[in-house]
Each structure stands twice: as C-alpha cells, then as structure tokens.
Design a protein around this ligand. Structure first.
Ligand code: FA5
Length: 347
C-alpha cells in the first residue's frame, strides 16, 4: 500500500516544479509545451490519478482531492500565464508594427477603357443620334469584297492605295478598310433604305510613321435611299465634326478619288499642333485628313442589289485614331497600340 503522507509531499513537489517551469515559459510555443508536459495525459499529476487504487480505501478520497487541487491550481496558473503572454505579445506587435492611420492610402490599380474604345463609342453615339445603326463585318475578307465588288478589279492601279496583307489561302486577305462592309450590308438589306456605321480593325502593309500604323481602326458610314444627295453627305459630316470637335471647328472638304465613290472627297480638320500654320505632324499643310467619302458608285450600288437608277447613297470611311489625336493633341499614332500604360492611363 502506498503511503498517503508521502504522496502529499510528492504532489507539493510536482506542483512546485510545474509552477517553476511555467514561469520560464515566455511565448505561446513554450506555453503549449508546458501544457502537454504538466497537464497532459502523462503529466506527473495525472499519473497520481492512475495510481489511486494503490492507496488504502480510506486514503483514496484524500489523495484524489489533493491531486484535483494540484491539477486545478496548475490549470489556473496556466490560464493566467497564457493571458500574460498573449498580452505581452500583443503589446510587442503594437510597438513593432505601428500603424499610421494618417498615411494616405495606396490607390488601387484601376482598369479603364482604351482611348480608342472611348472615341469609337462617342462616334457611335453621335451617329446614333442621327439615326445610324452599328453593323459589324469580318476582319478577314475575300479579295472579291475588299476590292472587286468595290469597283477595283484585279490589276487596277487603284489597288496601290491599299498595301495588303494576304493570307496563305488564295483570295483571302486582312481587310484594308471597312468599305467591304458596304456590300455585305447592302446585300442583306436591299431594297430597304440603309443608315449604318461599320466599325472595325483594318490592316495595311505600310511604312509606320507618326500618322500611319499597320493596324488601325476605321468607321465606315453608309446611307442608301431614293433621294440621297451630296448635300446630305456634307450636312452629315459637318454635323458630326461639330459634335466631335466643338461648334467652332474648322473643316474642309477636298476633292479626291476612290474607285467606289463618285464624286469623291476627303474631310480635313485643322491641325491641332500648329493651329493651321503648318508643322511636322500635318506635313506643313495646316490640315489633318480624317476621312474619305463620296457618293456610292453606281457599280457598287448594283453589286449590293440596288438599282442605281432608283437609288443613291453616300459613304465615308474615317480613322478614329486620327480623331483621338486631334481631340487629345496626341502627336504620334504609335502610342495607341504600343500598350504603354503611361500613355493609356491618361484617358
Ligand atoms: C479608305 O480606306 C476608304 N475606304 C474610305 C472611304 C470610305 C472613302 C467610303 C469613300 C467612301 P483611306 O485609305 O483614305 O480611305 O483611309 C480612310 C481613313 O483611315 C484615313 O482618312 C485615315 O484617317 C485612316 N487611315 C488610313 N490609313 C491609315 C493608317 N495606316 N493608319 C492609321 N489610320 C489610317
């Protein structure tokens, strides 16, 4: 039979050594180790409970109560030490990681619409107000639609106006302008009247410079009906220019040549850099060309399914990059597709 008196002494020693060890626990990791060692299943105080049957039956309640006391005392000591350590570590992190709430916040990086998307949407809006719908056609075109149906047969010298990227498939190319869309929409709508704009990316095998890219956007304008005149074209373009550039904008229509319009013209806007005096951007002319236009050629009307004796129409093709350049005083078209965020995030 084990002696009740000596186990009481043993328990006091267990308690003392556990409390000494606890005072040496300085952080949460060592505190956890202490808990396993002194309150876990194999802790000395827990071993007393397993040995209780070895005591005389009358001593067992005393031993049990004393062991419970030690256990409770250790649990209490553990919880107050835990509070102390947590408090100390909070204090330490507050001192070390001091937060200055008066510092200005970091601005989150915000996505935005590309300058061209913004300009194009504005052009859509201006034309929508004049009753024009948006109609989209394909970037990869056939020679037939890009040239032949637009009155530009093979080997016609006018083909030199559009240096073309051909695909490996014969007769298939990247559209050099949005004009092939004219025939697509006419064939779909004939003999109904048409008022559409046709936006999209165009591709030309060109020498890249401040005003020319190999990839750029165009917006085609097309109106077909029974009594459409050159006056309607001029009025529509004047209205468009005033809405885009302001009431006082200076524009001019200059005679030009396109195989798919007759007569043909080009619309120039006064150069934004020199104010019309002449500079490097406008090549000394004082004007920047933004679009080509004219009355739809009878051959094209016929190819689209309209009888040119009954129907007439006007068409225009503009370069929205040039419009953005004019409005925002951008002096080089290469910024648009260069993907430099320092440029893009300005708009
Ligand atoms: C045409 O492409 C004709 N299809 C326009 C047209 C449509 C005329 C309907 C008559 C009736 P042009 O090659 O001039 O025409 O181009 C029209 C506009 O596209 C130009 O005024 C210019 O603003 C823009 N553009 C042309 N080439 C480039 C280029 N390489 N880089 C950037 N913009 C260009």
């Amino acid at each position: 039979m084990a002696e009740e008196k000596s186990v009481q002494v043993e328990m006091q020693a267990i308690r003392q050594s556990a409390l000494d060890a606890l005072s040496r626990a300085v952080d949460e990791a060592s505190l956890q180790q202490w808990r396993i060692a002194h309150l876990g299943k194999s802790a000395p105080v827990m071993q007393i409970f397993t040995r209780i049957g070895q005591f005389a039956p009358e001593d067992r309640p005393k031993v049990g109560a004393a062991a419970n006391q030690v256990k409770n005392a250790l649990e209490q000591a553990y919880s107050s030490r835990e509070t102390e350590i947590k408090q100390a570590s909070l204090q330490q992190s507050l001192e070390q990681e001091r937060l200055d709430v008066t510092l200005p916040g970091r601005k989150p990086v915000q996505g935005r619409l590309h300058i061209q998307t913004q300009t194009m949407r504005e052009v859509y809006r201006v034309f929508a107000e004049m009753g024009f719908q948006v109609y989209r056609t394909r970037d990869v075109e056939t020679d037939e639609y890009n040239f032949e149906l637009l009155n530009i047969p093979a080997y016609h010298p006018a083909r030199d106006m559009w240096d073309t990227y051909y695909t490996t498939k014969p007769g298939v190319l990247l559209r050099t302008h949005t004009s092939p869309g004219q025939v697509h929409v006419m064939r779909e709508r004939a003999p109904e009247p048409i008022r559409v704009i046709l936006p999209g990316m165009c591709y030309r095998y060109e020498q890249v410079d401040a005003r020319h890219e190999i990839q750029f956007t165009q917006i085609e304008v097309l109106a077909v009906g029974r009594n459409i005149t050159f006056g309607d074209l001029k009025g529509t373009l004047d209205n468009f220019a005033r809405r885009m550039f302001g009431q006082n904008v200076h524009t001019r229509l200059r005679p030009s040549y396109f195989p798919f319009t007759e007569p043909s013209a080009e619309l120039d806007v006064e150069c934004f850099v020199c104010g019309g005096k002449g500079c490097g951007v406008c090549k000394g002319s004082g004007w920047l060309e933004i679009l080509g236009c004219g009355m739809v050629h009878p051959v094209v009307l016929q190819n689209g399914g309209y009888d040119p004796r009954e129907f007439s129409g006007f068409a225009a093709g503009m370069g929205p990059e040039r419009i953005s350049m004019l409005r925002h005083k951008i002096d080089d078209i290469r910024y648009f597709w260069g993907n430099d965020v320092r440029f893009l995030e300005q708009f």
